[in-house]
Ligand binder design. Structure first.
Ligand code: NZQ
Ligand code: ZN
Length: 381
């Protein structure tokens, strides 16, 4: 196990009716801007609960943070925040609303820097206080310091890191209104978050491996139950908590990480608008096929412990494990091949070119260059 420092300051407030806690979680002297997406919260009762809880607060509303939040929208929110001397942001929505809010909070604390430059510098140390009411279990953004922002004009999508949310409220009942496709993409996102921190080199940490395998097993177990009944509170509670635990650094202490699939997936979204989880369901099987030798021992361990694959030669078990992983994504109702979503060689070459130009080297072995990314994408066709 490598040396590490772990600190996660976000307070999690979890359960039915907990949105009401907003009334005391945010000090009444704060000037609050509440940020929203496109309006889902007006159809599922979340908006009413937030407004009722903040009836004694001084707040304004900013609407329209889109899926794959765009820097152009963030700039408008920053201008409104400045004009109103906002000193607290509350994101109410999915990962996109929260990620956009993380950039708004960072830009309000650093008025001399354009928001896109904050993204490009990849890390900023200061942001004004912000918190969330998370309505979509997927990104883990509710308990991490990451944010992923797109620039529409340049067709680019990059991650940066900032401060953590002060608190996040997770009420599983808010997930009852999620469209089936968002749930499928959310489950795929959680699965691949775990994989990015787990499917690397074997033998680094027993405890991290068991945490990660526990989340993967949970996701595989609950996926069909959610399809059966999306209003089952306990199942949705496990879904919600799986998302948070998959990306709040609890499963990555002292171990190497991959993230190549995410970086390639972000390119597919930037260039073609694919939903984040949908991009991962396509890229991840290709990553496993391409890097199966490097990841051999871990794929075997995952196959045995998570999928119960114990018979056959090592090579047969690895191939079966990869097929079953792809089958899991398909069972969610997601496409797993680029051809199914109309993406071909032109995009594959462009992504390879972009990666080679920046000189990236992703993956736990720092060997996923543009050329390897191309190989991965060719294996996703
Ligand atoms: O915009 P509204 O109207 O609110 O509707 C949203 C949106 O259309 C809807 N939705 C959210 N909660 C709902 C709901 N509809 C009904 N009922 C509810 N309870 O769902 C749609 C998608 O929302 P979005 O926020 O885009 O989805 P998600 O949470 O999956 O976020 C995706 C973004 O997060 C980034 C992705 O790249 C993408 O940009 N990621 C952020 C990470 C992080 N901060 O750590 C890590 C991830 O790997 C990921 O890259
Ligand atoms: Zn993700």
């Amino acid at each position: 196990m490598y040396n590490f420092t772990f600190q996660n300051p976000t307070k999690l407030v979890f359960g039915k009716g907990e949105i009401a806690q907003l009334s005391t979680l945010i000090p009444t002297e704060k000037k609050v801007m509440i940020t929203f997406g496109g309006g889902s919260v007006k159809h599922n009762g979340v908006y009413e609960q937030v407004i009722a809880a903040l009836k004694n607060h001084n707040y304004i509303e900013f609407w329209g943070i889109e899926p794959n939040p765009e820097v152009e929208t963030v700039r408008k929110a920053v201008a409104l925040g400045k004009e109103n001397e906002i000193d607290f942001l509350l994101a109410v929505g999915g990962g996109s609303v929260l990620d956009g809010t993380k950039l708004i909070a960072s830009a309000l604390a650093n008025p001399g820097i354009d928001p896109w430059d904050i993204v490009l510098q990849r890390r900023i140390e200061t942001a004004i206080s912000y918190a969330s009411v998370m309505t979509l279990p997927a990104t883990g953004s509710e308990m991490n310091c990451g944010s992923v922002i797109s620039c529409r004009e340049k067709k680019e999508k990059y991650a940066f890191s900032t401060t953590f949310p002060e608190f996040s409220i997770l009420d599983p009942e808010v997930t009852y209104s999620l469209p089936a496709n968002q749930i499928a993409c959310g489950l795929a996102d959680i699965f691949v978050h775990v994989a990015e921190q787990y499917m690397t080199t074997a033998g680094q940490s027993r405890i991290m491996d068991r945490w990660a395998e526990g989340v993967l097993q949970t996701v595989i177990e609950i996926a069909p139950k959610i399809k059966e009944n999306q209003n089952d509170y306990d199942v949705m509670a496990d879904y919600m908590l799986s998302a948070t635990l998959a990306l709040n650094s609890m499963i990555s202490m002292g171990v190497t990480q991959d993230w190549a699939t995410h970086m390639i997936g972000h390119e597919l979204t930037a260039l073609h608008g694919l939903t984040h989880g949908a991009s991962l369901a396509i890229v991840y099987p290709g990553t496993l096929i391409t890097l199966k030798e490097q990841k051999q021992s871990k794929i075997l361990q995952y196959g045995e412990r998570v999928l119960g694959i114990t018979s056959g030669t090592e090579s047969e078990r690895i191939n079966e494990t990869i097929s079953k992983t792809e089958a899991f994504f398909r069972s969610l109702g997601l496409a797993t091949r680029l051809t199914e979503v109309g993406i071909g060689d032109e995009t594959i070459n462009l992504i390879a070119e972009r990666f080679n130009k920046i000189g990236v080297a992703y993956g736990e072995g720092r060997n996923v260059t543009g050329d390897v990314a191309k190989q991965i994408l060719l294996n996703c066709k």
